[in-house]
Write a protein that binds this ligand. Structure first.
Ligand SMILES: [Zn+2]
Length: 276
């Protein structure tokens, strides 16, 4: 199925790529190599984490073929131009930046490519630890991935909807954020960020490891109404993390990983009009 692909990497991270894509393959490896330890540290993964395999594909056709044949994930064909990465367990199929111009809605920005890979790796760690990933709500999975990859801090494509809505006093009801899949990318991270701030990283880890029915709020010590009020106040008071030039280096802190994926294992696509 991967005839013609070369491989680079090590025992933890393998990158498959075709001729001419070596530099992007090296970049993909470097991005994951740099951030995976912080990510597994954040989630206190003491179990051996299985090897991650990234397949860097050179075209939309090849992306669709491998998502279906290798990952066995059903997607529309041709898939949406905003889909550039698809994870499944510890595999991910990623459209090479060399194909962005012709086959995607994105322009290549190196740091964003790095964050995209980390975003997908967050999904992998969540799936690895979760008692039932299928029950994990979209806002939670995407919120974790957007927050921990750093996309929410550094990329307008993820930040601007929430920042603009807060400024315009047009924050949606929390109930919508938690149920409307279309808001998962734009708003999920704000709730994750609040939970991390208010309850600490440990609570995030506990929820990922123990929440089996999708009821994330049941792990918080307050009613949905109180949480909503706290969330709104926090947003209006400027609680959202600001972009920073400093990458965190403390492995026990939030990974400071950053980048954006346009798709997730549940088959959602970030609306292309929100991308940059
Ligand atoms: Zn995602």
């Amino acid at each position: 199925m991967l005839e013609g692909y070369s491989e680079l990497g090590d025992a933890r991270i393998g990158i498959r790529y075709v001729e001419g894509e070596g530099s992007f393959a090296e970049r993909a490896f470097a991005a994951l190599d740099a951030k995976l330890p912080a990510l597994t540290s954040y989630f206190e993964v003491s179990e051996p984490f299985p090897p991650i395999r990234v397949v860097l594909v050179p075209s939309r056709d090849e992306f669709d073929r491998l998502v279906r044949e290798l990952l066995r994930v059903e997607i529309e064909v041709p898939s949406h131009p905003a889909r550039i990465a698809q994870p499944q367990r510890t595999d991910m199929v990623v459209l090479s930046p060399s194909a962005y111009e012709k086959h995607s809605a994105f322009d290549y920005v190196p740091a964003e490519f790095d964050r995209l890979l980390v975003h997908e790796a967050v999904h992998m760690v969540e799936e690895f630890l979760s008692p039932d990933i299928e029950a994990s709500p979209g806002w939670w999975g995407e919120g974790l991935a957007v927050h921990l990859s750093g996309q929410s801090r550094y990329e307008d494509g993820f930040r601007k909807a929430a920042v603009a809505a807060v400024a315009a006093k047009a924050i949606p009801p929390l109930g919508r954020v938690l149920t409307d899949g279309a808001l998962a990318y734009d708003w999920g991270w704000t709730v994750v960020q609040l939970i991390e701030r208010a309850y600490g990283r440990e609570r995030i880890v506990r929820i990922v490891r123990e929440c089996a029915d999708g009821d994330v709020l049941a792990f918080l010590d307050e009613s949905a109404e109180t949480l909503e009020s706290r969330w709104r106040t926090w947003l209006v008071d400027g609680g959202l993390e600001e972009p920073s030039d400093e990458e965190e280096t403390d492995g026990t802190a939030r990974p400071g990983l950053v980048d954006g994926s346009a798709s997730d294992p549940r088959g959602w696509t970030r609306p292309s009009e929100t991308t940059v």
